[in-house]
Structure formats: structure tokens, C-alpha cells
Design a binder for this molecule. Structure first.
Ligand SMILES: *[C@@H]1O[C@H](CO)[C@@H](O)[C@H](O)[C@H]1NC(C)=O
Ligand SMILES: *[C@@H]1O[C@H](CO)[C@@H](O)[C@H](O)[C@H]1NC(C)=O
Ligand SMILES: *[C@@H]1O[C@H](CO)[C@@H](O)[C@H](O)[C@H]1NC(C)=O
Ligand SMILES: *[C@@H]1O[C@H](CO)[C@@H](O)[C@H](O)[C@H]1NC(C)=O
Ligand SMILES: *[C@@H]1O[C@H](CO)[C@@H](O)[C@H](O)[C@H]1NC(C)=O
Ligand SMILES: *[C@@H]1O[C@H](CO)[C@@H](O)[C@H](O)[C@H]1NC(C)=O
Ligand SMILES: *[C@@H]1O[C@H](CO)[C@@H](O)[C@H](O)[C@H]1NC(C)=O
Ligand SMILES: *[C@@H]1O[C@H](CO)[C@@H](O)[C@H](O)[C@H]1NC(C)=O
Length: 505
């Protein structure tokens, strides 16, 4: 049921995303990358990302000599692409990859892949025939190979993900990737983001002196993500106070939430208590129930919310333009513009009993992320060299505040007049909700695939919500699978009846 909703939603979104320019018109800036000196030390510039409206980050890869655009996804571990890929070899196997929402399926093929100046002779990928992805578009999974469905099906090193192959091509390539997600279309900051393999991005050398955060070892088969524990009392709400939280993950620490870093999720997915602490005390914030989707926090765009996450005793402040993002084009009765919370209560389909929280783009834009794979390469779970994660904070709060004032307050700093509602509006937090009737019961039908957690499709869901909300200014919320509202320029065609695979999403 969930899956069919998701696919119709995707089709819907396919039509709506031509409106992306509306999103791009929103100004979100505030993070300045260091200037790049000439070509830098990078092997190739091909890994430089393309940022679509802060909701999707793409990288170009050549497959069989043809350039394709792939969504960057640290939350999954497989390569999938749709379209005509030349010079492939058959493996005789097919598979289906399921993401948090939606799926890709088709034959597993081998092809020469060129990426970041490296050439992989026989890279396994799924040629997606589901019709969901655009032509010559797909997903590059950067997660641990132990989570790769292709590897599982081929049951050999031939099924390894791209990054594992690259590490094995040349044993002197250090086993790490690093990622920056930029902000879109900033007039004075054209840096869309970057992905590197085995190299530190110029100007960010300090990342190597940041705490090495241990990758939490998920014992469950296929459930491993790039995940670590947030410090105890390590989530600070807009009042500067730690949020009371309890981890649901067995084998972890009760008072430290287990977070996965997922470049595939637009809106970070957090436990209800965290979303409540971030937004419930904001005057005029609303937890809106979207049919078929669940509850989504909306907040007035002019509420500056400073929140912080702590890892290894280092604070990572979140830019207030990420804490609430995306002007929904609606106003409340007082004329304040309404925004979408950047940290939403975790969607049912994204929940797992192997992590508590998904830190997606709204968090990741605030850091330089380095993932050292250790021995988590080639299908192995590490033994001698444990993998680790390093985070370097990139958000300068003073500058972020200035950006917020310019973007959201028309340059007039009246943030002194902003006051949170009293803490008594928050629900009493159950300090030890040992709900042993655990989520895994609830989501078992979707395991193990949704654990891959990621994604593209999950994030598209949120984009979908965004557009559905936008398009329902005059109406109440429409069911997501209704035809497009009349106001949209695609309305001549009922979206689900005439899906055009050629249209890019
Ligand atoms: C990928 O290639 C296409 C077509 O060559 C180009 O328009 C796009 O900007 C490239 N994207 C990136 C991330 O370089
Ligand atoms: C392997 O990597 C090292 C260091 O990056 C480089 O000097 C060497 O040429 C590479 N070897 C091959 C065969 O590519
Ligand atoms: C790197 O870190 C050190 C110590 O934390 C600090 O003194 C230095 O200014 C940092 N350098 C840059 C370029 O941020
Ligand atoms: C949200 O709406 C759905 C369907 O309309 C309903 O089943 C669900 O109980 C609602 N959730 C809340 C918290 O009101
Ligand atoms: C954080 O610092 C405290 C003392 O300042 C120390 O006891 C604790 O172990 C540190 N935690 C981490 C994760 O480094
Ligand atoms: C958010 O943080 C900035 C920088 O520290 C500060 O100037 C601003 O007043 C804070 N805003 C609120 C509402 O706390
Ligand atoms: C958080 O927990 C502490 C200790 O259990 C309690 O005193 C405090 O009231 C709680 N805060 C909230 C907002 O629930
Ligand atoms: C849940 O907890 C109760 C009592 O604490 C226990 O009897 C029951 O076996 C537990 N159920 C599971 C599935 O662990």
C-alpha cells in the first residue's frame, strides 16, 4: 500500500518538479566554501556536484562511455540507472532495490564506469526498468558494501559498489570519501558541493584533527549504515537546552541517539520528541496531518531557530535557514510566511530499530563529512581497521544570523522580539519508553529493504508534500494521488494517466 502510494507520488512529483525554479527562487545562503585555488589537488573535477534547489545533489559518471547523472546517496549501497547504457554485459541476474519509499528493479549488468578520474572495468549496476527514474539518471549508493543488494545477489566481489572497487583498484588510495553539500544558486556562492574519494577538499584539512566517531556496528544482516552516536544531552533545542531523548536501538546507549548520515534525505528525520522540542514552542507552528503521509511540522518563516547537535564533544550548529526551510508560498492569518521544518518527525516508512535519526541534507549542509571505510570494504564488516566518521562544522553562527535576517526578515533584525512559548506546551516526555512491541514488528513486511533507508524516493516524498501544500493554497490538503490541481501548468494532462518517462524529475 505504501509502495503504491509512493510510486504514484513519484509520478506526481515528476510533473511538478518542473516548478523547481520556484524553489530555486528562494534564497538560501550562508555557508562560504574556501576559495578553490586553480584546479586544486583533485584528480578530476567530474565529481563536483550539481545541486537542484537544495533537495537533490547529483554527480556525473560515465557508464559505457555515456555520461549519466546520479543522485548522491550515502544511505544506500547500490548503483542504479535508467535509460540506454551502451557496452554492457549481462550477468543473468535481476533484482529489486527498495528505498525508504519506492524501488528500482531490473537486470544486473556490468559496464565500464569512469568516475573521479578512476576507471572501473566491470562495475555491477541495476538497469532500472521500473519507469520511475528519468532517462540517464539514477542513484549512486555510497553506503557500506555489506548493505549492497547487488553484492548479495551476485555473491562475490564482482557485485561490489563503486567506491569499494575504487579503493581496491589502487591500494594506496586512502579508504575514505568526503562530501560537502552546498546551497543552491546563491548569487555570491556558486559552490554546489563536492564529493571526493581518498582526498581532502582544499581548505578543509582541519577535518583530520576532528574526533573520530566510531561507526556503530549493526549486527543485523544488511542493516549497516554510516551511523554513529550523538552525544548524551547532545541535541540542543532552540532554547539552548538539551532535548530529553531515549534511543530505541538495542546494544547502543539509551541516552545517546543513533544517527545515520544520509545525503539522500532532504528533511532530516528525527524522533517525535526532538521535532516537538524544535518546533512546538514556536508560536503558530503546526503539526499538520497530511493524508497518506503523516505529520509534518510547519513554522512561520520568520522564526529564527538555533539548534545544535554534538558529536565527540564538538558542537555542530545548524543554520537557521536549515532549521526551517522552503517557503511554502502560504501565509498564516497574521501574514507571516509559512516554512517547512527541516527536522521532521520520522516517517513510518523510514523508521528502523537499528537507528533513531536520519541526518539528511538539512544537517549535512552544515558540515564537511568524511567517512573512512576502514575494513568495511568488499563486503566485509571491519576487523582490524574500524571505519570512522569525522565532521567539521561549516556554519558560522554570526554569519548565519545575518543571512537569516536578510533572507527572512527583509534585513530588519527584530529577533529580540521573538519568544518561544513556555516549555509547558511540550508533551511530558516518557523518559523510558521501553516499547518492546518494537517497530520492527510494525515494519517487518518492508524489511530488509527499507532499511536501506535512503532516499531519493523518501526525499521525493517530502518534495511532493511541499508541492502539494503549495498547490493547495486555496483548498485544503488534497490527497496526494489526486490529479494535479488546476493551478499548475501541467494540469492539461492527468499526471498518472500519462506519465512520460522522458521527463526528468
Ligand atoms: C552532467 O552532465 C550534464 C550534461 O553534460 C551537465 O549538464 C551537468 O551540468 C553535469 N552535472 C554535473 C554534476 O557535472
Ligand atoms: C596509485 O595511487 C598512488 C597515489 O595516489 C599513485 O601515485 C599511483 O600512481 C597509483 N597507481 C596506479 C596504478 O594508478
Ligand atoms: C584548524 O584547527 C586549529 C585547531 O583547532 C585552529 O587553530 C586553526 O585555526 C584551524 N584552521 C583552520 C583553517 O580552520
Ligand atoms: C492523520 O490522518 C490519517 C488519515 O486521515 C489518520 O488515520 C491519522 O490518525 C491521522 N493522524 C493523526 C495524528 O491525527
Ligand atoms: C566529553 O568530555 C567529557 C569531559 O569533558 C568526557 O568525560 C567525555 O568522555 C567526552 N565525551 C566524548 C564522547 O569525547
Ligand atoms: C541565534 O544565534 C545567533 C548567533 O549566535 C544569535 O545572534 C541569535 O540571536 C540567535 N537567535 C535566537 C532566536 O536565539
Ligand atoms: C527532561 O528530563 C529531566 C530528568 O528526567 C526532567 O527533569 C525534565 O523535566 C525533562 N524535560 C522535559 C522538557 O521533559
Ligand atoms: C515486553 O515486555 C514485557 C514485560 O516487560 C514482557 O513480558 C514481554 O515478553 C516483552 N515482549 C517482547 C516482545 O520483548
Amino acid at each position: 500500500m505504501k509502495l503504491s502510494l509512493a510510486s504514484s507520488l513519484l509520478v506526481y512529483i515528476t510533473f511538478l518538479l518542473d516548478d523547481l525554479s520556484a524553489v530555486n527562487a528562494l534564497r538560501l545562503h550562508g555557508i562560504r566554501p574556501p576559495p578553490r585555488s586553480g584546479l586544486g589537488r583533485r584528480v578530476a573535477m567530474s565529481g563536483d556536484l550539481k545541486n537542484s534547489g537544495d533537495v537533490k545533489y547529483w554527480t556525473n559518471v560515465t557508464m559505457g562511455g555515456k555520461s549519466v547523472s546520479l543522485l548522491l546517496d550515502t544511505g544506500s549501497s547500490d548503483l542504479t540507472v535508467a535509460g540506454d547504457i551502451p557496452n554492457t554485459k549481462d550477468t543473468g541476474k535481476t533484482t529489486e532495490l527498495s528505498y525508504a519509499i519506492g524501488s528500482a528493479k531490473g537486470p544486473i549488468k556490468l559496464v565500464e564506469v569512469g568516475y573521479e578520474g578512476y576507471t572501473i572495468p566491470d562495475q555491477a549496476f541495476v538497469l532500472d526498468t521500473s519507469g520511475v527514474q528519468g532517462e540517464d539518471q539514477g542513484i549512486i549508493g555510497l553506503g557500506p558494501s555489506s548493505n549492497s543488494k547487488i553484492r548479495q545477489v551476485l555473491n562475490s566481489a564482482a557485485g561490489n559498489p563503486v567506491v569499494d572497487h575504487i579503493f581496491k583498484l589502487n591500494s594506496s588510495t586512502p579508504n575514505f570519501i568526503s562530501i560537502i553539500l552546498g546551497r543552491s544558486d546563491d548569487p555570491d556562492d556558486k559552490y554546489p558541493g563536492d564529493l571526493t574519494i581518498g582526498e581532502i577538499i582544499d581548505g578543509y584539512e582541519n577535518i583530520t584533527s576532528q574526533p573520530k566517531l566510531e561507526v556503530f556496528d549493526v549486527k543485523a544482516n544488511g542493516g549497516q549504515h554510516w551511523q554513529t552516536l550523538i552525544d548524551a544531552k547532545g541535541i540542543l533545542g532552540p532554547d539552548g537546552q538539551p532535548v530529553n531523548v531515549t534511543s530505541r536501538v538495542k546494544g547502543g546507549s539509551k541516552n545517546r541517539l543513533n544517527a545515520i548520515f544520509d545525503t539522500g534525505f532532504t528533511m532530516s528525520q528525527v524522533p517525535q520528541a526532538v521535532a516537538d522540542a524544535f518546533y512546538l514552542r514556536v508560536p503558530d507552528a503546526k503539526l499538520e496531518n497530511i493524508t497518506g503521509v503523516g505529520e509534518i511540522y510547519t513554522v512561520p518563516c520568520n522564526a529564527e531557530l538555533n539548534v545544535t547537535f554534538k558529536f565527540g564533544n564538538v558542537s555542530i550548529p545548524v543554520h537557521p535557514l536549515d532549521t526551517s526551510s522552503d517557503d511554502l508560498g502560504r501565509t498564516d492569518p497574521l501574514g507571516n510566511q509559512i516554512c517547512l521544518g527541516g527536522f521532521q518527525p520520522i516517517q513510518d516508512s523510514a523508521e528502523s530499530d537499528t537507528y533513531d535519526i536520519i541526518l539528511g541534507m538539512t544537517f549535512l549542509r552544515n558540515v564537511y563529512l568524511l567517512i573512512n571505510f576502514g575494513d568495511f570494504v568488499d563486503g566485509k564488516d571491519g576487523k582490524t581497521n574500524d571505519p570512522y566518521i569525522q565532521l567539521l562544522s561549516r556554519t558560522d553562527l554570526a554569519e548565519a544570523h545575518t543571512d537569516f535576517v536578510v533572507n527572512r526578515l527583509d534585513g530588519v533584525d527584530d529577533t529580540d522580539n521573538f519568544h518561544l512559548l513556555p516549555a509547558s506546551v511540550l508533551p511530558v516526555v516518557d523518559q523510558d519508553p521501553d516499547d518492546n512491541e518494537s517497530l520492527s514488528e510494525k515494519i517487518k513486511p518492508y524489511l530488509p529493504y527499507i532499511i536501506a533507508g535512503s532516499a531519493v524516493l523518501g526525499l521525493l516524498l517530502l518534495i511532493g508534500i511541499f508541492f502539494c501544500i503549495r498547490s493547495s493554497r486555496q483548498k485544503r490538503y488534497r490527497r496526494l494521488h489526486d490529479p494535479a490541481p488546476a493551478g499548475l501548468h501541467h494540469s492539461q494532462e492527468p499526471p498518472f494517466a500519462s506519465y512520460q518517462p522522458a521527463r526528468r524529475y
